[in-house]
Write a protein that binds this ligand. Structure first.
Ligand SMILES: *Cc1c(COP(=O)(O)O)cnc(C)c1O
Length: 382
C-alpha cells in the first residue's frame, strides 16, 4: 500500500523515548543514586520512607507502602483483604494480565465484566450483573490513564461491603471528580515499570490506602509476614521497593505533573490535527468524560482497519502498539466454560480495533505530525 510519493521517514521514531527524559534530569538522578551507594543501605531505608510519604501526600491518601512491582501491589492488597479460595473478585478482561493474575494467585476466582466501548474501562452496569454472594472486591483499572467511572461502582460496592481496589498502574496523577486516583477506592495500586508515567530504573510498585490497619498489614505482608525480625504472624512475600528505585522515583515525582500536562497537550494536538484532516469519522479518538482528567499513559485510537493501518505505519517507520491484542477471558490461564468467545463482546471488539500511537512528554511536533499525516495518507489510499 505504499506509493512512490511516500518516502520512508529518515528518522526512526521510538514508541517511547526514555533517553530524552533522562537527558533532561541526568545530574539529579545520578546524584540521587550516588547518595544511596554512599549510604549502602539498600532495603527499607530513608529513601523508601520519604518516597512513601511524598506519594501519600501527592495522591491524597493516608498512607503509601512501597513494594517490588505493580503486580505485587495487587497481590498484597488482596492478601491484606483476606481474599482467597471461595472468594470472587470482579475486574475487566481488557487490561494487562497482572490485574487478573493477582486474583488467581491469591486463590480467588477472577470474574470478568465487560467494558464501556468508548472509555475502554469496566462498565458499572456489567459489574452489577456479575456480583454474587461471594464477591469480595472489585478491581477497577484506570486503563491508559483514564479514570474508571468509580461513583456508580462505589454505590454498588458500598451496599454490599465489597472492597474497591483501584489498579492505577497506568494513571498516576489522573483525577476523578477532582480527586487523584488511588485515593478514591479502599486501596490503590501503582506500578513504576519504566514505561509508566512515573517510571523507575527497573521494577517497583506501591499501595495507597487511607485505612491505617490495612496499610500496616501490607507492611507486614511485604516483609515475609513479619513485624519483628524472625517472628512471623502470617505468611507474606519478599516484596519491597528498593532504595535505589525510591531515590530515582523521588527525583522524577517532582516532574510528574509537568510531564502529565505535556502528555495532555500532545493529546490535544493529536485531536486538533485529526479534526483538521477530517479523520474523526475514520478513527475513534480517546474520550475524556466530564469529571475525568486523563493522563495519557497511552493515546489509543480505534480503527476497524487496525492491522492494515498498523502495517502501513510500520512501513513508514512509525511504531505503534496494540494494548491488548486478546482479552484475558480468551487466554489459556482464564478461559473456561463461564468465559468463552462472545461473552464480553466490547472487550473482544476493542482487542481487534485498538491502536496505541506514540505519546510521551518529549514527543516532538515533527514526529507527531508524521504520525497524523501517515494515518491521513492511509485513509486516502484505501
Ligand atoms: C503495568 C501494569 C501492572 C503491573 O505492574 P508491574 O509493575 O509491571 O508489575 C498492573 N496493571 C496494569 C493495568 C498495568 O498497566
Amino acid at each position: 500500500m505504499t506509493s512512490p510519493h511516500d518516502p520512508p521517514l529518515r528518522m526512526l521514531m521510538p514508541f517511547v523515548d526514555l533517553r530524552a527524559q533522562f537527558a533532561a534530569i541526568r545530574p539529579e538522578v545520578i546524584a540521587a543514586v550516588a547518595a544511596v551507594m554512599e549510604r549502602q543501605q539498600f532495603i527499607l531505608g530513608p529513601e523508601v520512607e520519604r518516597f512513601e510519604q511524598e506519594i501519600a501526600d501527592y495522591v491524597g491518601a493516608g498512607a503509601a507502602v512501597g513494594c517490588a512491582s505493580g503486580t505485587d501491589a495487587l497481590l498484597l492488597v488482596l492478601m491484606a483483604l483476606g481474599i482467597g479460595p471461595g472468594d470472587e473478585v470482579i475486574t475487566t478482561p481488557f487490561t494487562f494480565i497482572a490485574t487478573a493474575a493477582a486474583i488467581a494467585r491469591a486463590g480467588a476466582k477472577p470474574v470478568f465484566a465487560d467494558i464501556d466501548p468508548h472509555t475502554f474501562n469496566i462498565d458499572p452496569k456489567s459489574i452489577e450483573t456479575a456480583i454474587t454472594q461471594s464477591t469480595r472486591a472489585i478491581i477497577a483499572v484506570h486503563l491508559f490513564g483514564l479514570p474508571a467511572d468509580l461513583a456508580p461502582i462505589a454505590a454498588l460496592a458500598k451496599a454490599r461491603s465489597i472492597a474497591i481496589v483501584e489498579d492505577a498502574a497506568q494513571a498516576i496523577g489522573a483525577r476523578y471528580q477532582g480527586q487523584r486516583v488511588g485515593a478514591i477506592g479502599d486501596l490503590g495500586c501503582f506500578s513504576f515499570f519504566p514505561s509508566k508515567n512515573l517510571g523507575g530504573a527497573g521494577d517497583g510498585g506501591l499501595v495507597t490506602t487511607s485505612h491505617p490497619e490495612t496499610a500496616e498489614r501490607i507492611r507486614v505482608l511485604r516483609e515475609h509476614g513479619s513485624r519483628d525480625k524472625y517472628t512471623y504472624e502470617t505468611l507474606g512475600l519478599n516484596s519491597r521497593l528498593d532504595e535505589i528505585q525510591a531515590a530515582v522515583l523521588g527525583v522524577k515525582l517532582k516532574y510528574l505533573d509537568q510531564w502529565n500536562a505535556r502528555r495532555r497537550d500532545k493529546a490535544d494536538r493529536y485531536r486538533a490535527m485529526f479534526a483538521e484532516r477530517g479523520l474523526e469519522s475514520f478513527i475513534e479518538l480517546p474520550v475524556e468524560p466530564p469529571g475525568c482528567q486523563h493522563v495519557y499513559n497511552q493515546f489509543v485510537i480505534r480503527c476497524p482497519r487496525r492491522d492494515d493501518l498498523r502495517g502501513f505505519l510500520a512501513g513508514r517507520g512509525i511504531p505503534t502498539q496494540v494494548y491488548y491484542p486478546a482479552p484475558l477471558h480468551l487466554q489459556p490461564p482464564f478461559a473456561n466454560q463461564d468465559f468463552g468467545e462472545g461473552r464480553f463482546p466490547q472487550a473482544e471488539r476493542a482487542s481487534r480495533e485498538v491502536l496505541a500511537l506514540p505519546i510521551y512528554p518529549e514527543l516532538t511536533d515533527e514526529l507527531q505530525l508524521a504520525v497524523v499525516d501517515s494515518i491521513h495518507r492511509f485513509r486516502t489510499l484505501i
